[in-house]
Design a protein around this ligand. Structure first.
Ligand SMILES: Cc1ncc(COP(=O)(O)O)c(C=O)c1O
Length: 329
């Protein structure tokens, strides 16, 4: 099966030589101390961030869980739909995740979101930007409204920027109650190494880090991550491959835009919906592709496709054309 349901990179970013070098040089008989700081410094430099405002964990998944534990005591809210794990981790400690539903076209009415926050006063709001599953990017004003409304009720906003490297530059909202999440699982192709970062300031940073293990990530993952950033040209080529794959995915799906609705996406996946969207997804599953389909009611007519190897587009295009033929009148 060709994986299209995980929003991961179709290729690995490091050469065998690089991996061997890192494994040989990793002092895995010692606890990972300077390895952690080294990677944080490298990441901070790459994104012009303050290293003292960054901490790592096992994927942004672990951050989501820890942030719900440390900031979610008075209720956790998110959009519906959004990243599925917001609900899973919230329900580990709370009876339910509070949600605000999307509109029929999978957009969100921020006036409704603000009203829900004011009524229910959650202490934590989680939002992905670019948004999973739709791939849309929220406006700075919309996000700022969320930050300010959460501040009004004494709460925090998590801005989950898992797919930010596929998006356009945007002006981030401002506020001391914001936690930004990043990951090396997507454009950096290291999902299996579980490298997630949280960025926050002052008291917010102290709170989310209050339940940390002394060594939040293993030395091998940290050193492989540091190695990734050592060759900027290679890394940029690696990213460009995925950006090209995204363009090809857009072209592949555009062939059926008269039959299914396709959301313009700023992530490494494309969201489709409508009466025939799941029918096409099922057809593609028979042909060896694995898109993301859903069993929750709000997404029952939706399917999401993530980028694949460039070499695989010719068979994908062929399968899409075959499916389209079924509906030619
Ligand atoms: C919006 C969003 N946040 C977080 C994650 C989890 O990423 P990680 O691999 O860093 O745990 C995902 C994974 O698909 C995601 O889509």
């Amino acid at each position: 099966m060709i994986i299209m349901n995980r929003n991961t990179s179709p290729l690995k970013p490091l050469s065998e030589e690089q991996i061997i070098k890192v494994v040989k040089n990793t002092d895995y008989n010692q606890y990972p101390d300077q390895e952690r700081q080294r990677f944080i410094n490298i990441y901070a430099q790459a994104y012009d961030l303050n290293p003292s405002e960054i901490e790592v964990a096992n994927g942004s998944d672990e951050w989501i869980q820890k942030i719900i534990m440390t900031l979610g005591q008075n209720g956790v809210m998110s959009l519906n739909p959004d990243f599925v794990m917001y609900k899973v981790y919230t329900e580990q400690i709370k009876p339910e995740l509070l949600t605000v539903d999307c509109e029929p076209d999978f957009s969100f009415d921020f006036a409704k979101v603000v009203q829900a926050i004011k009524e229910q006063k959650p202490s934590l709001f989680l939002i992905s930007n670019p948004h999973n599953p739709t791939g849309i990017m929220f406006k700075t004003e919309e996000l700022q409204l969320l930050v300010d409304t959460m501040a009004e009720v004494g709460g925090y906003l998590v801005l989950d920027e898992c797919y930010i490297d596929f998006a356009e530059k945007y002006e981030r909202p401002q506020g001391d109650n914001i936690v930004v999440l990043r990951t090396l699982s997507k454009v950096y192709g290291m999902a299996g190494l579980r490298i997630g970062l949280a960025i926050a300031r002052g008291e917010t940073f102290a709170k989310i880090n209050s339940i940390n293990h002394p060594y939040p990530l293993n030395s091998l993952s940290l050193n492989l991550a540091s190695e990734l950033f050592s060759d900027k040209e290679k890394l940029s080529e690696y990213k460009n491959y995925q950006f090209e794959s995204k363009r090809q995915l857009e072209r592949a799906l555009a062939q059926v835009e008269s039959l299914i609705t396709i959301k313009p996406s700023l992530a490494n996946y494309i969201f489709t919906y409508g009466d025939l969207a799941v029918d096409m997804a099922k057809y593609l599953i028979e042909k060896g592709f694995l898109p993301r389909t859903y069993d929750v009611p709000i997404l029952k007519n939706a399917a999401r496709y993530s980028i694949i190897k460039l070499d695989d587009y010719s068979i994908l295009n062929q399968a899409i054309v075959e499916w389209k033929e079924k509906y030619r009148h």
